[in-house]
Design a protein around this ligand. Structure first.
Ligand SMILES: [Zn+2]
Length: 336
């Protein structure tokens, strides 16, 4: 599947019916968010629930949430043209081909088939960070930009690379696995993927909670760790400083490698604000300089619903390919 954000923009622009809406969904390791989304990316109604603990339960949850939103759509006399889902894990042709321990048993769940049959509308499933990148490139800071690098830091850490308007998925749908490149800090922390000392082992929310529990002997969720850091707790501050340092080093490396127009940060961990972002900015300023130019770093504002909106816009554009002439961009690579 080729995700071409420039072509998607054309497909959405030529939509004959500007009142078209979609149901968008974002399934992460901590929360499942869904919304009714318009063609211009506005959210009409949204719902957020904590993600269930295992694959089959998450599937049941996704069906319940989407069905409920569809009844709201119907009760308002509207029609949902499609359902778009962005989910944690590696997604290939609408199927969740692998997912790590952040959602146990998620790989192989028949998400697309079940949603499509229960909702009775075309359903498209993509990776959650790819969905965020699509939103950024269609209506966010990456709009009309040739290159954007998007990183979502939440329960885990993921990225998406858009070059010449096209999302680079890699040969195995694994491109942008920023969370699973080696960290420059080496404390021997296990990563959710099974390896040791990956970026996610230091910068992902679940990993920070795990390390805090190991050091302090009690299980505490991220919002509380953030509150403790703000009130001067040494361990909480150390963990967040290290998270920012590791994330900043990884982003600076990417920036030096691909020289993007902008770097966009999204995800639940952005709620930490300066606690996480100050060390990231510091590293980016110091390291990510190419010919004296700093790469702009942008954070999606709270309440953007970026993953949900991106997934919905992706689904709408996919449906529109049947109604509108597809105009390939100059960079399309023809295969036979
Ligand atoms: Zn890993």
């Amino acid at each position: 599947m080729m995700i071409d954000t420039f072509a998607m923009q054309n497909l959405l622009k030529v939509d004959a019916d500007s009142s078209r809406i979609a149901i968008g969904m974002d399934i992460g390791g901590t929360k499942l968010e869904a919304a009714i989304v318009t063609l211009s990316g506005d959210v009409i109604e949204s719902v957020k629930v904590p993600t269930a603990s295992n694959g089959p339960a998450v599937l049941a949850q996704a069906i319940a949430v989407a069905t409920n939103l569809k009844s709201i759509v119907n009760s308002r006399g509207m029609v949902a043209a499609a359902c778009g889902v962005g989910t944690a894990g590696v997604v290939d042709k609408n199927a969740i081909v692998s997912a790590n321990s952040l959602i146990p048993g998620w790989a192989g769940q028949p998400l697309q088939a079940e949603l499509e049959s229960r909702l009775g509308i075309p359903t498209h499933v993509i990776n959650d960070v790819y969905a965020v990148a699509i939103r950024e490139c269609l209506i966010g800071v990456g709009r009309n930009q040739p290159s954007t690098f998007v990183t979502a830091v939440g329960t885990g850490v993921g990225s998406a690379l858009v070059l010449n308007g096209k999302l680079w998925e890699g040969e195995h749908g694994l491109a942008g696995s920023l969370g699973h490149i080696p960290s420059m800090v080496r404390e021997g922390r296990a990563c959710a993927c099974g390896a040791i000392d990956h970026v996610e082992s230091y910068a992902g929310g679940r990993a920070i909670e795990k390390e805090f529990a190991k050091r302090c002997g009690r299980k505490v969720k991220m919002p509380e760790i953030a509150a403790m850091a703000r009130s001067g707790d040494t361990i909480a501050n150390q963990l967040l400083d290290t998270a920012g340092l590791v994330l900043g080093q990884a982003l600076a490396s990417v920036a030096a490698l691909i020289d993007p127009k902008c770097v966009v940060l999204d995800g639940g961990m952005m709620a930490l604000g300066d606690l996480l972002l100050n060390p990231v900015r510091e590293l980016m300023k110091r390291e990510a300089m190419i010919s004296g130019l700093a790469i702009p770093l942008s954070v999606t504002p709270t309440g953007t619903h970026a993953g949900v909106v991106g997934a919905a816009l992706h689904a709408l554009s996919q449906e529109n390919t049947h109604n509108a002439p597809y105009e390939p961009s100059l960079h399309d690579c023809k295969t036979t």
